[in-house]
Design a protein around this ligand. Structure first.
Ligand SMILES: [Zn+2]
Length: 326
């Protein structure tokens, strides 16, 4: 008795909480990332057959997760067109020069008590395709950028099917981030920003952050109390969210959260990239083998748990000042 009490004290002193069962499965992380980053996807370049294969796979994962299409859509494909740099609705195709067809993938779980308030989890599924060959390899697989983020979105969809949300949750995979953020620009304009409580955009979580394993950073940390809420929900865990350590890179307005952030939504990007020294970034060597699958599963789990009070309808992060455009 005495001994076991002492042991318990020892465990508490070491800061080890009784382990909660891991809910995000590492083999599932590996399966999904490996599929998205496979050579058969040809680097998922926008407007190529490779990205279409990725789209088919993601839609099937959304279906298996039990998501429903967004209001007004018949399936998970959110279709639109581009004309030059313009991003336009599908029905304007006949009125513009050289329309090109694109689509995001988006699905949702309706909230049980606050269905008209939305929380978004997103990542981009396009990448940069075929690049100059290095040692006979010309496919930029984009395992970290951003198959890792899309994997998080798919596994979060599965997680919230098991943990029914109070607010409606949208899961989105954006196209054409790498060539101008076209997908997120279109997506963001289809929603009333006033109804969006928060956006968790997930971009490059494949390798450990400069703060080590079990950590990630949040862009625009100081622009809302989103990060503080997330960290508060992780009390008792060893996981830490940090402010973006690379402010000079201006990452806050360089990713798919930017459009909604400019409209005042607490829309932030969660990442672990060591952007200042990642030699694999945007190269043919951004491969599955360079990723830490266990760390990715832990980060996705931390995102799921840390979003609990927001998805659960209790917390709403402060809004971002719309005039803060940098
Ligand atoms: Zn990216």
């Amino acid at each position: 008795m005495k001994l076991s009490a002492l042991c318990l004290l020892g465990v508490l002193a070491a800061g080890i909480a009784p382990a909660q069962a891991q809910q995000i499965s590492e083999p599932e992380v590996t399966r999904i990332i490996s599929t998205l980053a496979a050579d058969s996807m040809q680097g998922r370049m926008t407007y190529t057959p490779g990205i279409e294969k990725a789209s088919v796979f993601i839609a099937e994962e959304f279906r298996k997760a039990g998501l429903e299409p967004l209001p007004g859509e018949k399936d998970f494909l959110q279709r639109f067109i581009t004309s030059g740099r313009k991003v336009l609705p599908l029905d304007s195709a006949s009125a513009v020069a050289e329309p090109k067809h694109l689509h995001n993938l988006a699905g949702m779980i309706k909230g049980s008590s606050k269905p008209d308030e939305y929380v978004i989890f997103s990542a981009h599924y396009d990448h940069i395709g075929i690049q100059k060959a290095e040692e006979g390899d010309s496919i930029a697989n984009g395992a970290d950028d951003d198959a890792s983020g899309v994997t998080a979105v798919i596994l979060l969809a599965n997680y919230f099917r098991e943990h029914a949300p109070e607010r409606s949750v949208i899961f989105a995979a954006f196209t054409a981030e790498e060539i101008g953020g076209f997908g997120s620009r279109y997506f963001s304009r289809q929603l009333d920003p006033a109804k969006i409580v928060a956006m968790f955009n997930i971009e490059m979580i494949g390798k450990e952050s400069k703060f080590g394993r079990n950590s990630a950073f949040i862009t625009g940390f100081e622009r809302s109390d989103f990060g503080k809420i997330l960290q508060a929900n992780l009390e008792g865990s060893s996981f830490r969210f940090y402010p973006d350590p690379y402010p000079e890179q201006r990452l806050f307005y360089r990713s798919d959260n930017a459009t909604l952030a400019r409209l005042g939504v607490p829309a932030h990007t969660i990442s672990t990239t060591q952007i200042d020294k990642d030699t694999l970034y945007h190269s043919v060597n951004d491969e599955v083998e360079s990723l830490d699958m266990k760390n990715i599963a832990d980060i996705i789990e931390a995102i799921a748990v840390s979003s609990g009070s927001i998805v659960g309808g209790k917390d709403a992060p402060t809004r971002i000042a719309p005039e803060n455009k940098d």
